[in-house]
Design a protein around this ligand. Structure first.
Ligand SMILES: NC(=O)c1ccc[n+]([C@@H]2O[C@H](COP(=O)([O-])OP(=O)(O)OC[C@H]3O[C@@H](n4cnc5c(N)ncnc54)[C@H](OP(=O)(O)O)[C@@H]3O)[C@@H](O)[C@H]2O)c1
Length: 271
């Protein structure tokens, strides 16, 4: 079998993943073919700019590929798989990788020919700049060799973690929805800088660079954020004053409940 990857659904995530692979990681574009039912010329022009193949119908892309990356919305996944199976496009049992939130392995396995290897993946949009995180869980017929193939798609885009499938809604609420939460936090931090007189562009750059640095300290030192926070907090200083104002606004429970709520909704997306 060839080493082609079919990316079905070329929206936000389809483009983030293929863009990251081709533009940031140097993945050969001729090894990717995509298909999207979008009628407008925009997605097609993006595929053309990346140099990847384009097929008008998903079955043509899937038939010629050893692996299929499903990047459509959860509500569209059942009909897509049923159509692919009925047309015989999955008869060669390609590796099927789904990134759909809330759609479990049992649902996917029931819609592909018996014995087809299926993997569930949960990436996030920072994959488009190779700063992403992807969590993988293998289905019944997916072995180490299939996980190794899936890793070749996601490792060039950032970190890859293996987790049991029952964690996926939590992963979705934290890691996949999380970039949006951080964008709101960055916007709010920058507003604080603007309120104190900083030019908006400077405030936003400081907020983003500070966030990147703080997150990198947690990852690189392995130390608990509370210990790192205590080190920045001089007695009677400005940081403890700011921290207490944040605690008055219940910042911890607001953020934690945001993740919990996103995970709850993710769990219902596949039904
Ligand atoms: N966005 C994120 O941050 C994120 C993170 C992790 C995982 N995910 C998962 O990634 C998946 C895609 O999300 P997205 O944000 O990229 O969605 P999106 O921007 O709407 O892209 C999905 C694309 O697939 C197309 N499509 C739908 N049915 C199709 C079919 N049968 N054949 C070919 N193309 C089809 C859609 O076209 P139409 O618009 O015309 O229907 C759309 O262009 C979802 O399942 C989501 O749960 C998203």
């Amino acid at each position: 079998m060839n080493d082609k990857l079919a990316v079905i659904g070329f929206g936000t995530m389809g483009q983030a993943i293929t863009g990251g692979l081709v533009e940031a990681a140097g993945y050969p574009p001729e090894r990717i073919v995509t298909s999207d039912k979008a009628k407008g010329p925009k997605a097609r022009a993006r595929a053309q700019a990346l140099g990847i193949g384009w097929e008008a119908h998903p079955l043509e892309a899937v038939k010629q590929s050893q692996a299929v990356l499903l990047c459509v919305k959860p509500k569209d996944l059942g009909a897509l798989l049923d159509g692919l199976r009925a047309s015989g496009a999955l008869d060669h049992k390609p590796l099927v990788v789904s990134i759909a939130a809330g759609v479990d392995l049992a649902f996917l396995q029931a819609r592909v020919p018996e014995g087809t290897p299926v993997i569930r993946a949960m990436p996030n949009t920072p994959c488009s700049i190779r700063m992403g995180t992807t969590v993988l869980a293998p289905g019944l017929h997916a072995g180490d060799e299939h996980l190794a193939v899936a890793r070749t798609y996601f490792e060039p885009l950032g970190a890859v973690l293996d987790l049991e499938e029952h964690h996926f809604d939590a992963v979705t609420g934290l890691s996949a929805s999380g970039p949006a939460f951080i964008f709101v936090i960055l916007e709010a931090l920058a507003e604080g800088g603007v309120q104190c007189g900083l030019p908006r562009a400077v405030a936003l750059e400081l907020a983003a660079r500070m966030t990147l640095g703080a997150a990198s300290m947690v990852l690189q030192t392995g130390r608990h954020p509370a210990a790192l926070k205590d080190e920045v907090t001089t007695p009677a200083g400005c940081t403890i004053a700011g921290l207490l104002a944040l605690e008055d606004g219940r910042i911890r429970s607001v953020l934690a409940r945001g993740v919990e709520r996103a995970a709850q909704v993710a769990g219902g997306l596949g039904s």
